[in-house]
Write a protein that binds this ligand. Structure first.
Ligand SMILES: [Zn+2]
Ligand SMILES: [Zn+2]
Length: 171
């Protein structure tokens, strides 16, 4: 969805949309969407600066960082973006560095593909180390069994012993 910055009306632009992976340019190597991405946003303008306040809701498929199982992860994120033209980038960068915040983004030209901003916000909301549940026991260090499916019978002491894996290879 393209936004012409100079044509944003005084009352702003309201967005209520439901976009699929292609619409947001989400690659399956990023993550898999289990649902459309529901976007609600309001775009306001002050001179050549525009602001986007909104929320994104969807369900993505992620892989547990402990047990390597895929599971659905509901995403709900609320964001406030502040977009300034590239021409003021250097000046702002100095100010942002001084203030210690880097929340200011920059756009080039008058025409902005607003879905890129939504895409970025969604990616920011994806956890780096997702867990299928907070106390996921992960995989057995000795035999690789998924401990969510019950115990494998390996002895805990074996896991602490660096020679256990080698010993296992000869069994
Ligand atoms: Zn897990
Ligand atoms: Zn085991």
């Amino acid at each position: 969805m393209k936004i012409i910055v100079s044509k944003i009306p005084k009352e702003g632009i309201e967005i209520h949309s439901s976009v699929d992976a292609t619409g947001l340019n989400i690659d399956s190597s990023d993550f898999i969407l289990n649902d459309n991405v529901h976007i609600d946003a309001l775009i306001n303008k002050d001179g050549d600066i525009f602001f986007v306040d909104g929320s994104i809701k969807t369900v993505i498929q992620v892989t547990c960082s402990r047990c390597a199982m895929d599971f659905p992860y509901p995403v709900y994120t609320v964001f406030h973006c502040h977009e300034e033209p590239v021409s003021s980038a250097n000046k702002d960068m100095d100010m942002a560095l001084k203030r210690g915040d880097m929340d200011v983004d920059h756009y080039a030209g008058d025409e902005v593909e607003i879905n890129n901003l939504f895409r970025e916000q969604l990616i920011l909301a994806v956890p780096m180390y997702p867990l299928c549940r907070p106390d996921c026991p992960g995989l057995c260090l000795i035999c690789g069994h998924n401990l969510n499916n019950g115990n494998c019978g390996c002895k805990k002491e074996d896991a602490d012993n660096p020679f256990a894996v080698i010993k296992k290879l000869f069994e």
